[in-house]
Design a protein around this ligand. Structure first.
Ligand code: LCS
Length: 394
């Protein structure tokens, strides 16, 4: 059942009722396989004549509940849960593309997605054009007969550039190319790409969806036929499936998604305004600032600006390192979307897989710092940033 408001859906929608015991919380079906009543039943499940569970890699009731919940939250027909965000990206891409096909992707992307597209896709004979994905002409200029996929994140990891979903969807719809958006930085609480006509939404559920820094997981949301194809091909045969326990942790996280996102957004707005007013900070990239490229999309495409900020210091690389090493509350860690404020240096960490020149062209400078603003009191986060900036002034 689906309710009118997302706040209710994050808690209730897609829940599979426990008819036997009436458990409020979804049980963790921690089982690798399912018993058939008869040989004939086993055969009927394999042939598809009878619905039912077979083996954990092909489906699990707890994982299924997460999938149902995410399909409702993203507004797609169905969803498939994966063992990581990269499992979602790779299972999608290899279901949609084969040797000889062409894909258009954003030049800035999460580092491992970029590595997958630039290395493994190439090895497998899939051609990828990396472009400025905000530029409609640049996209149209590289469209080919064999283009099958347009792929982007919005906001882009790590430089926070926002991509116009209407523009991407329109190109996909007029050319028949499948559009894929990684919605990790926003979550469906702030942005629902399917509502703009995007075909496939992928997530690292490790981040905001789970929100507690205790699971690695991914989700693919799309129409039923594509999800079924992904499940029967790349997911089943390449095996990037999610465990029942991890699915349960993400379901638990989802119940507070809307509340957590509200606080992430409020805190990030305050932190971004503080950083922008700081003389030692050269530039702040945050969609909630009027100076930001994506500001006009807040309120139209995005319900709010989110909890992620990127910024650069006025100073050398060693000043950046000194600033980061002086922080006490903000934790030096990759990942994002957790209760704790996390800070990282993309050029040496998440995006170190780029060659330096390509990275620079993708708008990821050596002095860029990325902050995932947590759920602590905003004043404490700002005080920590302030004391670390003071240390750089001395
Ligand atoms: N998509 C985006 C936008 C991501 O930021 C990440 C991970 C992934 C996909 C992959 O998800 P995973 O397999 O890790 O669940 N991003 C990370 C980051 O920025 N820091 O550490 C991981």
């Amino acid at each position: 059942m689906k309710w009118k408001n997302l706040e209710t859906n994050t808690i209730h929608a897609g829940k599979i009722l426990d008819e036997q015991f009436g458990a409020l919380n979804t049980p963790i079906y921690q089982t690798s396989t399912h018993v058939f009543e008869s040989t004939a039943q086993g055969g009927a499940r394999f042939s598809g004549d009878e619905q039912g569970y077979i083996y954990g890699r092909l489906g699990n009731p707890t994982v299924r509940e997460l999938e149902r919940r995410m399909a409702i939250l993203e507004g797609t027909e169905d969803a498939a849960a994966t063992g990581s965000g990269m499992g979602a990206v790779s299972s999608t891409i290899f279901a949609l593309l084969k040797s000889g096909d062409h894909m258009i992707a954003s030049s800035a992307l999460y580092g491992c997605t970029y590595a997958l597209f630039s290395n493994k896709c190439k090895d497998l004979g899939i051609e990828v054009s990396f472009v400025d994905i905000c530029n409609e002409t640049a996209i149209r200029n590289v469209l080919q007969e064999n283009t099958r996929v347009i792929y982007a994140e919005t906001p882009l990891n790590p430089n926070m550039i926002c991509v116009d979903l209407n523009m991407i969807a329109k190109i996909g719809q007029t050319t028949g190319v499948t559009t894929v958006i990684d919605n990790t930085f926003m979550s469906p609480a702030l942005q629902q790409p399917a509502a703009f006509g995007i075909d496939v939404i992928v997530h690292s559920a490790t981040k905001y969806l789970n929100g507690h820094g205790d699971v690695i997981a991914g989700i693919i949301c799309a129409k039923e036929s594509l999800i079924s194809e992904i499940k029967m091909t790349t997911l089943k045969n390449m095996g990037a499936i999610l465990s029942p326990h991890d699915a349960w942790l993400v379901i638990r996280g989802l119940k507070t998604l809307h509340l957590r996102m509200e606080r992430h957004c409020e805190n990030a707005q305050q932190v971004a305004e503080f950083l922008e007013a700081e003389p030692l900070v050269k530039v702040v990239y945050f969609p909630g600032l009027i100076s930001h490229q994506g500001y006009s999309l807040v309120g139209s495409q995005m319900k709010a600006a989110g909890g992620m900020i990127a910024f650069e210091l006025n100073g050398s690389f060693s000043d950046t390192v000194h600033f980061m090493d002086t922080l006490e509350l903000c934790k030096r860690a990759v990942s994002l979307g957790d209760a704790e404020t996390l800070i990282q240096h993309p050029a040496s960490m998440t995006h170190s897989g780029y060659d330096p020149e390509t990275r620079r062209q993708a708008g990821i400078s050596d002095s860029l710092i990325r902050l995932s603003v947590g759920l602590e009191h905003a004043d404490d986060i700002i005080a920590d940033l302030h004391q670390a900036l003071e240390a750089c002034r001395n």
